[in-house]
Design a protein around this ligand. Sequence first.
Ligand SMILES: [Zn+2]
Length: 129
Amino acid sequence: MKNNYINFIENIQRGNFVLPYCKKCKKNIWPPSDNCRLCLGTLSLEDCNNKNGKILEIFVSKMMNNNNNNDNTLMILVDINEIILLGSLSVDQEKQAKASLKGNLVRIKKCGFIDNKIFYEFQFLNKFN
Ligand SMILES: [Zn+2]
């Protein structure tokens, strides 16, 4: 039987973001494992593509940008149900200047592997961007 970690990786390879979930504790568990680290109960995998995350921190104000537009790509730290992920976010320069990005809600737009490393690309939930 495949364990949750392998299932997690295989889902990321398909661009699908899942997290182990403990029904008893009502919590997502990180890193992906087979048993809850709180109650040791069995975990099931939950589809988390549409879960809201909150921007905790912004790390790099400007990165290489392959698009020929005015967007900046930022590195952000996001909290999804107490799971903290580092990912990228494309932001329109003008809008970035007008608003504080911390605390804004995002969702995973894309995830997968680049150079054997997992990447997460986020997008805003609202019409902000
Ligand atoms: Zn538990």
